[in-house]
Design a protein around this ligand. Sequence first.
Ligand code: ADP
Ligand code: MG
Length: 726
Amino acid sequence: MMKTLRSKLLLFFMTITFFSLFVIAFVSYNSQKEAMETQLERSFQLYAQGLITSVHNIIDEVSRDVGYLSANPVLKNPDASTEEIKEQLEEFVTYFSIFEHVVLLDLDGTVVADIADGRFIGYNVKDREWFGRALNGEANFAEIYFSSLLEKPVSVIAVPVTDNEGNLVGILSPYYDLVHLWDYVYAFSELQKEIGNHAYAFLLNEQGDVIGHPEEEQILTRNYLRDFNLSESILPELAASDGLFYNGQNGEVGMVRQIPHTDIFTHNWYLGVAVPEAELMSPLKNLLTQYLMIFLFVLAAMWLAIIHFSNYLVSPVERLLKAQAEFSEGHKPDPVPVDSYQEINQLSSEFNVTMAKAVERENIHKKSTLILEATDNAVFAVNTDTLEVTTFNKKCETMFRKNKSDVIGATVKDLNESSESFRSIEEHSGLIKRLETETSLEDFEFTCPIDGEERYFYILFNQLPASENEDKKEILVIISDVTENRMMLKQLIQSEKVKAAGELAASFAHEIRNPLTTIRGFIQLMEARGIGEQGNSRNYYQIILQEIDRINGIVGDLMNLVRPNGNTQLMEADVNELLEDITLLYDGQVSSSKVAIEKELDENVPTFLTFGSKLKQVFINIIKNAFEAMPDGGSLMIRTSYNVNLETVDIIFTDTGIGMDADTLENLRKPFFTTKETGTGLGMPTCYMIIEELGGEIKVESEPGKGTVFTVRLPVKLKDAGLKGA
Ligand code: ADP
Ligand code: MG
């Protein structure tokens, strides 16, 4: 299957498009991905930076505000009353609303001044680390811790207060509302929620404790490092790195930054920004699906285009192949359309031309075969080396009474042995010897009996052109039966002779008749006057007169023969009636010669237009001959019959006379041929001439001693040939 041009084209183009598309998609997807990641990183950086700035601002503000408070002269004065101090503290908290509370501690760590209800008075904090540091003169932020007193996380600041001489007089300890710090963390998460993702910010201290988170319950209850099994060193590392980090344990991607220190804030706090990785990746996933869809769409479109294109390339080739196959199988395909691309068009039109030529050649071949089979000549071909017969037409089959299939491949010698008629021809023509020697192959004519009938043949030889890859020599032998031709020629010569003799005789007859009439008249006169009435002279007169009458008869017959055109008149004749009339004439003779005339006249015989008196002449001649053939009596049967299909009338005369031998039969048409002592030999030629003139024919069957049958067949419709005589 992969061997076809179509499949190869498809495979080739599809592989190419698939790979190129794949590479393009892969490269552009990856670059898009990178760009997206960078963008995401940058936006995280921006978020983190913004948050850090905000958180730092708070811490900074707190630091500055506390510095301002510690410089308060009332507080610096050791002699100031508790009331005065309280007033100052309350004023501070009112002014700087970020602070929730502030107390003054003595150097023992006991609260000596409080605001409002003074519930912290007497509370001691000397164990706290931040208090110790403050005693050492170091203002500091305490770590955020959960105050059991306030029941919430607090961030305490410790600031030493000195008198004008610089002696430590007390420790100020305000604490601010952490909500101010957390607000940024909340706000960021809320904003992210609004734009549809779950990114959030959080604050961690150095130990990994969560000190700020949108979910308040996590604050101071979770430790990031512990929860995720991370070492403490990871936070400064992440803060120093530029990029995103991936937390495989909660599936989040994020970024960590450290909050800068101030004079009094020296803790290492970290701000984190995180988002579930799936969310971060969702635009990338969308991108991937988009790419995949575009990829598939383009691939499908390409495949369609390729299939179309390969169809365009292959279909005309297939069409051509199909036509070629059909042609090889012997069908004649329709011409291949010339409507594709140039190369195939060229091929197609060349194929069409070749096909048309081949079809024409085949037609010619068929025609010549048809001619060969239809011709009236016997045609066969012989290989002159082997004497093998290679062609044998229909006429040969009938002439030699052999089947073509039996003869083809056999030699002419085999044919000579198996076919009698071929043998007869071979005997009279020496055909095989001529073919063998090949030197005397000239056309020639010969006669030879076939089925007891002498026939004339003309043989023609033709050297057949050898086909390209064969060098065998073949001779075409054409045997033409020219018997009819020769017979017609003979008849023509004969009738020409008769015509000439007739014309001559006609002029003689005229010349003879006139003096003969005169002589006869005088002899009658002499007889009547009794001139020379002695002895036998009377007898002599009789003999002279008889002989003169005989001459007259001959001349009369002669004139009938040579003037067949005379005495002609077209008339509506009834053959039966004609025959009745004639036989009436013979009635007298019948009784004396003991010849019986019988008649069977067909009533269906129609009357038809013909030369009536000439027809009468024919019938008289035939009846006269019949009577003369039965000197000792006999019977003459006259029958008529009408053939409706052929539209012919048959008049049949059957006598029981002496009959005719072959020689007489052959010479019947010849003028002056007679077997009778007193015959003229002109009766039958006259009959033939008249009947043939009327388009009819005469058939004779006779046997010596048995009798004769004359059949005159006449067409009811006068043909042109008949009218010519008029
Ligand atoms: P003719 O009668 O003058 O001899 P035809 O031309 O009429 O000349 O006849 C030619 C010859 O044909 C006759 O001499 C005779 O030998 C033969 N012939 C014709 N008709 C018959 C017949 N019915 N029976 C026997 N011989 C016949
Ligand atoms: Mg006669």
